[in-house]
Design a protein. Structure first.
Length: 419
C-alpha cells in the first residue's frame, strides 16, 4: 500500500514538473491561457506532496509565505472598509491578484519544485521568452511585406502577445538569466547564450519601452563592471560579451525606424504636457500622492481606490487621465492610495528580501529579478493586471529555491570557490 502511494506521488511529482515547464514557457505568450495552466500546476502540486511533508514545510517557511502573501492579505482587509457599492470592483481586484496568495502558499509548502530542478525551469522560461519575441518579429515582418509600414517593428505593433511594457520586463528577466548562465560557464563559450542575448537586447530596444531600455542598460552596465574588475581572467567571456553587445549596438544603430523616445520624454517633462505618455505620469503621481496624504495609514480600500482616483482626476480637470480611465502608473503609489503606508510596506518587503538573501549566498539572479520588477513598477501599475501578478508571484516563489541551495548552478562562482 505504502509503495503504491509512493509510486503515485512520484508520478504526480513528475507531472507537476512537466506542468511547471509548460507554465513558465507559455507565460510570454497568450495571457488568456495562463490562469488555466496555473490552476493545473497548483492542483497537481497539492496532490504530489504528501500532506505531512506539506505541513512540515509550511511550518519551516511560514514567515516567507506570510511576507510573500501579505500584500494580498491586506487587500482582503481593505474590503472591510470598501463602500458597498464598490464591493464587486474589489472582488474583481482580489481575483486578479489571487496568485499573490495561492502561489507562495502552495509552491513553498512543497519540495516538488526545488533547488535542483528550478535551474531547468529558468532555461525553459528563456526559450519561451525568446521564441515569443521571434514569433512577434516574424508576424511584424509579414505585416511589413503587406503594408510597407516600418512602424510594425516598434512598440505595440511589434509586441504581438501583450503590452510592450510587460514584454520588456519578461525579456529583461530572460537577459538576467542568460547573463548569470554565461558567468557560470567559467569562460566557456556557449554560442546559444550569446545569440539569445544579442537578439533579446535588440528586441527590447525595438519594443521602445523607456523603462525597459533603462533596466536593460543598467543590467548590462553592471555585468560589464562585474566582468572587468573581479573577473579579468575570463577572457573568453569578456570578448564574447563585448561582441554580443557590439552586434546589438550595430543593429540598433542601423534600425531604419529609429525612435528617440527618450528625447521625446524629456521634452514632455519640460513642457509639462498632460496629454502625453511621459508628461501625464508626473501629473498622475502628483494627484495620487495628494490622495495618499489624506489617508496615509490604511488608504481608501480595495474596491474604492479606482473611483477615488478617477474623481480626483475629474476634480482637477485632468481630462486626459479621466477620459482614458488611467491608474497612477506607479505600483508603489497605487499600493499607497489603496492600502496606505501599511500596504506600501507589504508591497515593498518582498522586493527587499532578495537583496538580504544576496548578502548571505551571493545569488545574483534573485536580486536582479527584484530590481527588474521594482523598476517596472516605478512607471506602471504592474500588479493591476495578471500579466504582472502571475509573473511576480510565480518567479518570486521559484527563485526562493535558489537561495538555500549551496550547490545550485546559479550561485556565483565566487561563492562556490569558498566551499
Amino acid at each position: 500500500m505504502l509503495k503504491s502511494l509512493r509510486n503515485n506521488n512520484e508520478v504526480f511529482r513528475r507531472l507537476n514538473q512537466y506542468l511547471a515547464h509548460l507554465l513558465v514557457f507559455i507565460i510570454s505568450f497568450y495571457q488568456t491561457l495562463l490562469p488555466l495552466f496555473l490552476v493545473f500546476f497548483l492542483v497537481v502540486n497539492l496532490i504530489a506532496e504528501p500532506w505531512n511533508n506539506r505541513v512540515r514545510l509550511f511550518k519551516e517557511r511560514k514567515w516567507f509565505i506570510l511576507i510573500f502573501s501579505s500584500y494580498y492579505l491586506l487587500h482582503i482587509v481593505g474590503m472591510l472598509y470598501t463602500d458597498s457599492v464598490h464591493v464587486p470592483i474589489g472582488m474583481k481586484d482580489l481575483e486578479t491578484k489571487f496568485s499573490l496568495l495561492i502561489v507562495p502558499l502552495v509552491v513553498l509548502s512543497s519540495n516538488v519544485i526545488n533547488g535542483k530542478n528550478v535551474y531547468d525551469l529558468l532555461k525553459t522560461y528563456v526559450v519561451g521568452a525568446v521564441l515569443a519575441a521571434a514569433f512577434s518579429l516574424l508576424i511584424s515582418t509579414f505585416t511589413f511585406i503587406e503594408t510597407d509600414n516600418t512602424n510594425v517593428f516598434y512598440y505595440k505593433l511589434l509586441s504581438y502577445f501583450q503590452h510592450p511594457g510587460y514584454f520588456s520586463m519578461y525579456l529583461n528577466f530572460a537577459v538576467a538569466i542568460i547573463l548569470v548562465l554565461i558567468f557560470h560557464e567559467k569562460g566557456k563559450l556557449n554560442l546559444r547564450y550569446y545569440v539569445a542575448l544579442t537578439f533579446s537586447i535588440v528586441f527590447i530596444y525595438q519594443l521602445s519601452s523607456r523603462m525597459g531600455v533603462i533596466i536593460l542598460a543598467a543590467m548590462l552596465g553592471y555585468s560589464i563592471m562585474y566582468l572587468l574588475f573581479p573577473k579579468l581572467k575570463l577572457k573568453t567571456t569578456i570578448i564574447s560579451m563585448l561582441i554580443s553587445l557590439s552586434v546589438a549596438i550595430v543593429v540598433i544603430w542601423l534600425s531604419s525606424g529609429y525612435m528617440n523616445r527618450f528625447d521625446k520624454a524629456v521634452n514632455e517633462f519640460e513642457q509639462f504636457d498632460e496629454s502625453s505618455s511621459a508628461g501625464s505620469r508626473i501629473v498622475m503621481w502628483k494627484y495620487s500622492l495628494e490622495l495618499m496624504k489624506e489617508r496615509p495609514l490604511l488608504g481608501y480600500g480595495t474596491g474604492d481606490v479606482d473611483e477615488v482616483i478617477q474623481t480626483k482626476f475629474e476634480k482637477e480637470a485632468f481630462v486626459y487621465a479621466a477620459s482614458q480611465h488611467l491608474n497612477p502608473h506607479n505600483q508603489f503609489i497605487q499600493a499607497g492610495v489603496s492600502l496606505g503606508l501599511i500596504g506600501m510596506l507589504a508591497f515593498i518587503l518582498p522586493l527587499i528580501l532578495p537583496f538580504l538573501f544576496f548578502s548571505r549566498n551571493k545569488n545574483f539572479l534573485y536580486p536582479l529579478f527584484a530590481f527588474i520588477v521594482a523598476s517596472g513598477c516605478l512607471t506602471e501599475s504592474m500588479f493591476e493586471r495578471q500579466s504582472g501578478v502571475v509573473f511576480f508571484a510565480l518567479f518570486n516563489a521559484l527563485l526562493f529555491f535558489t537561495t538555500n541551495t549551496t550547490n545550485h548552478p546559479l550561485i556565483s562562482k565566487a561563492e562556490k570557490s569558498k566551499e
